[in-house]
Design a protein around this ligand. Structure first.
Ligand code: ADP
Ligand code: MG
Length: 331
């Protein structure tokens, strides 16, 4: 391993960071948005790094209270409560996030859809053995899923879910958005040279890590984390990983991931993890979720058609598949 480089170790579906801590670094790890967040800043002084990390954390908390569908006081909950009833005025920030999520739905032909939340009550992803809902139940439930029923009015920034009992949720895009924003806030603070925000494997790194502006990412074998497939060196980049390793259930020995195919109402199968490498954590987050739904072939076709975006997929046979321009360096 090259000691001059900060190394990010991609462990199956989680990303761990071996950060070469220097005197002017500051790092904090805490639970936000129901996930483990890690913030690291490299600055001229440790005090500056600490202040920046604090500001990054506050930003994630602020976003959480805006987009959470669990918090009954959030604007998102207000929109959901009023599905089929009336349009709700929201902050421009939430309005824009919903608009961007809808663009990803259009790009992925509906594979990504924040209104998937209309049927999330059908499943409990607690790693147990479960029966599948009946076809009738599924078909009835997917009537609630359709990004085209989310009516946006830009003039007064209102959102109206036209279908009664439908719901939106940001589980597939929110962590990436929070990582982007938190980086932006940290970046602008005095003395900051570089850093990293890692939202449970959705990470963005920028600038100088104390040793170099190159960040080393190591891709590990899911079966044996001591064995690596290879590594990449990147500058100002995000790598986002969606995996079925924490939230899933099994049925007849098949593992169902916590990502739902809006066409069938069934959770996805066949893929264990998807990592997206791109400059933007929000787009990476949404695309990782999308590739799960699209499956390996269609997923890689989509990624191959996008500039500056690469993907790495591990399927349920532990085979690894790369997008066209992704070239790993060998150990
Ligand atoms: P991870 O939590 O592993 O990072 P993802 O970023 O892929 O995984 O997000 C999965 C979450 O996305 C689910 O828990 C759910 O909240 C939401 N989701 C599930 N299916 C869809 C879908 N088809 N489109 C958009 N979001 C989805
Ligand atoms: Mg995602």
């Amino acid at each position: 391993m090259n000691n001059l480089l900060t190394t990010i170790l991609l462990l199956f579906s989680s990303v761990a960071l071996l950060y070469g801590q220097t005197k002017s670094d500051h790092k904090e790890v805490l639970l936000l948005m129901g996930s483990r967040f890690e913030f690291t800043a490299n600055a001229d002084t440790e005090a500056q790094a600490k202040t920046a990390v604090g500001a990054g954390i506050e930003e994630v908390k602020r976003i959480e209270s805006l987009i959470s569908s669990w918090d009954s006081l959030s604007q998102t909950s207000e929109v959901n409560r009023n599905a089929g009833i009336r349009a709700i005025k929201v902050d421009l920030e939430l309005f824009e996030l919903i608009s961007r999520a809808i663009k990803i739905s259009e790009l992925t032909d509906g594979a990504f859809d924040i209104s998937f939340a209309g049927i999330d009550w059908l499943y409990t992803f607690d790693k147990s053995e479960q029966s599948l809902p009946s076809k009738e139940q599924r078909l009835k439930s997917i009537e609630k899923i359709d990004y085209r029923q989310i009516e946006l009015n830009r003039n007064d920034t209102t959102v109206f879910l036209k279908t009664k009992d439908s719901k939106i949720g940001f589980g597939g895009i929110g962590k990436g958005y929070a990582a982007n924003r938190s980086m932006q806030i940290m970046k602008e603070m005095t003395g900051i040279k570089g850093g990293l925000v890692n939202a449970s494997g959705d990470l963005i790194a920028w600038g100088d890590n104390g040793k170099s502006d190159q960040w080393k990412i190591q891709i590990s074998n899911p079966e044996d984390i001591n064995q690596t497939f290879g590594w990449l060196e990147l500058k100002d980049m995000s790598i986002v990983t969606s995996g079925d390793y924490e939230r899933y259930f099994t049925h007849d020995d098949i593992r169902y991931a916590h990502i739902i195919n809006p066409r069938t109402g069934l959770p996805t199968t066949g893929i264990k993890s998807v990592s997206i490498i791109s400059p933007d954590a929000e787009i990476g987050d949404a695309l990782a979720t999308s590739v799960f739904v699209l499956g390996r072939e269609k997923g890689l076709d989509l990624i191959d058609g996008l500039k500056n975006i690469e993907a790495l997929i591990i399927d349920d046979q532990n085979e690894i598949h790369y997008s066209k321009n992704l070239k790993l360096n060998e150990e």
